[in-house]
Design a protein around this ligand. Structure first.
Ligand SMILES: [Zn+2]
Length: 109
């Protein structure tokens, strides 16, 4: 039962899926609510903060992009690298959360 328009939960044998939305961009991973809840609360808090920060940096880049179009700023690359750095950081938190959730769902911890 392959559903290309849905993203499956990252925990093996979990049948829950998430809708793939246009705004998700290249998102390919997802943890369902019950499995997400298996990870440490503090780790989830830090992960949310990291994602909020990354999105904030991306919005700032869009604003700068507008000023580039106006001819007031020339080079977006340093700021774009900064955005990437924050999204990578956010993804590292997600990977840690995912690992905990999978281990705990399997009863390893
Ligand atoms: Zn799940």
């Amino acid at each position: 039962m392959d559903k290309p328009d849905r993203i499956p939960c990252a925990v093996p044998f979990c049948n829950r899926t998430a809708e793939r939305r246009e705004t998700d961009g290249p998102r390919t991973e997802f943890l369902c609510g019950p499995h997400y809840q298996l990870s440490d609360k503090e780790l989830r808090r830090l992960g949310r903060l990291a994602l909020t920060r990354a999105n904030h940096e991306l919005n700032a880049l869009h604003e700068t992009e507008q000023r580039v179009a106006d001819g007031s700023i020339e080079d977006l690359r340093p700021q774009a690298r900064r955005v990437l750095r924050f999204f990578r950081r956010s993804n590292r938190f997600f990977q840690r959360i995912k690992k905990q959730s999978i281990e705990r769902a399997a009863g390893i911890q």
